[in-house]
Every structure is written in structure tokens, then in C-alpha cells.
Design a protein around this ligand. Structure first.
Ligand code: 13P
Length: 249
């Protein structure tokens, strides 16, 4: 179950032609790969991306989705819509969704349920803010984020959960968590999952690190025993940088 993953979260970047052009560059890359590669373009570009990447080993993911299956929710996108255009992986709980769109643990638990009911894989993001890191409460913050949004799931459902620890203070700031800080938190996350479920599950769950991962620091971060890959923002928008990160494994 546990595997190496490098996922590019493109956020609100790249129109259709930029999407095609970046995907074409990514496909040209022939380096060896020891990780699953995922890209998450915006909603409007998911289907073109899926078409473009057919026959390659690169997976397409959505950056969000609604918790309901359908209905009067203007502007929203459902799990079945994503699946109908070939997308079976979704990022949920990103700190930008939490901060700018007021997504809380309760809503995220509903979104996780909906995704899993639709047989989708969830990349679940969580992480503390700067003030919480400064006052030393990062572990309790992370533990409660996991508990509130994921710990109602049964062990079997976890096969479709990928965790992504993204300390908010490291996102888009250029300030990366040190490899030791990432390792310490990932080990803590595994302990919390082990206490709640089992050691077997804790060892099997894939845990990504996100926050200012770049070609220059990826190797050291990925070399840590409890770090199984990365969720990459800014550096995933440049094919060369992204593949240097992928090949850091
Ligand atoms: P950056 O890599 O730009 O810091 O963004 C990380 C992130 O938010 C990935 O989801």
C-alpha cells in the first residue's frame, strides 16, 4: 500500500494551452521513476489533461470537490462528475481551502466520505500554522485535524487515503520545514494512526510532505524514513524542476 508519490498541485495556475504545453513537457521526460507522478490542474483542464496523459504513467487529480452527489450547488463539482472525466484522485483539506473557503474538519469529513463512497483516492492535507509551530502546539493541532476528519473511517477505507502534511508556514514561503522537522512530524503522524488503528495500517499509509519543496531540498527530505514523497506547489509548474523532484527518489 505504502508507495512513493510526487504530486503537483497546480492551484489556480495554467490556462488550457499552458496546461497542454506543461503536460507535453512532462511526457517527454524519460528519466527513471521511483515514484507515482500525479498532476492536479484546475477543474476546467482536468478532462484535457486526462486525454493528454492517456497511455502514460502520470495520474490526474482534482484539487477539490463538493460533498454532495448532485443538486443546486451553483459552481460546484461532484465526485461522479470527476469520475466521468477520468479523475479518481482528489486533494481535500488543502490549507488554502481551509483558510480562504472556510472548509473545516466537519465539512472535510463529509467530503472524505463522499470521495470514498465513490471509490476515489483522497490526498488529505493538514498542517499547523506558524503561530501554532511557534507555541509548540503543532502535534496536537495535527492530531485533532486527523481525528476530526479521518478517524471515523474504518481500517479498510484507509487503503484509499494518502496523507499530506503541509505546515502552513512553509507553503509558498520559500521556508521549508527542515528534513528533521518533516521526519519528526511524519513519525508522530504514524504513531497517532497506529494508536487509533494498528501498527500495520500506520506503516502502510503513504505520507507526503508539502511546503516549498524544490529540486535543491527534495532529496534530503525524501530520504527521511517516514517521508514517502511530496505535494509540490510552485515547483510543479516548471517541468524541469518537477522532474528533478520526482527523480530525487
Ligand atoms: P509550495 O510548494 O508552492 O510551497 O506549495 C505547497 C502546496 O501547497 C502544495 O499543495
Amino acid at each position: 500500500m505504502r508507495k512513493n508519490i510526487v504530486a503537483g498541485n497546480w492551484k489556480m495556475n495554467n490556462d488550457l494551452s499552458q496546461t497542454e504545453s506543461l503536460l507535453n513537457d512532462l511526457k517527454k521526460e524519460t528519466n527513471r521513476r521511483n515514484a507515482e507522478v500525479i498532476v492536479a490542474p484546475t477543474f476546467v483542464n482536468l478532462y484535457p489533461a486526462f486525454q493528454n496523459l492517456k497511455g502514460t504513467a502520470i495520474t490526474v487529480a482534482a484539487q477539490n470537490m463538493h460533498q454532495n452527489d448532485n443538486g443546486a450547488y451553483t459552481g460546484e463539482i461532484s465526485a461522479s462528475m470527476l469520475k466521468s472525466v477520468g479523475v479518481t484522485t482528489v486533494i481535500l483539506g488543502h490549507s488554502e481551502r481551509r483558510a480562504y473557503f472556510k472548509e473545516d474538519d466537519e465539512l472535510l469529513a463529509q467530503k472524505v466520505n463522499t470521495a470514498l463512497e465513490n471509490d476515489m483516492r483522497v490526498i488529505f492535507c493538514f498542517g499547523e500554522e506558524l503561530a501554532e509551530r511557534k507555541n509548540g502546539t503543532q502535534e496536537s493541532v495535527v492530531e485533532s485535524q486527523l481525528k476530526n476528519a479521518l478517524f471515523h473511517l474504518n481500517e479498510h477505507q484507509w487503503k484509499n487515503i494518502v496523507l499530506a502534511y503541509e505546515p502552513v508556514w512553509a507553503i509558498g514561503t520559500g521556508e521549508t520545514a527542515s528534513p528533521e522537522q518533516a521526519q519528526d512530524m511524519h513519525a508522530f503522524i504514524r504513531k497517532v494512526v497506529s494508536d487509533q488503528y494498528s501498527k500495520t495500517l500506520a506503516e502502510a499509509v503513504t505520507i507526503l510532505y508539502g511546503g516549498s519543496v524544490k529540486p535543491a531540498n527534495a532529496k534530503e527530505i525524501f530520504s527521511k524514513p517516514d517521508v514517502d514523497g511530496g505535494l509540490i506547489g510552485g515547483a510543479s509548474l516548471k517541468a524541469q524542476d518537477f522532474f528533478e523532484i520526482v527523480n530525487a527518489f
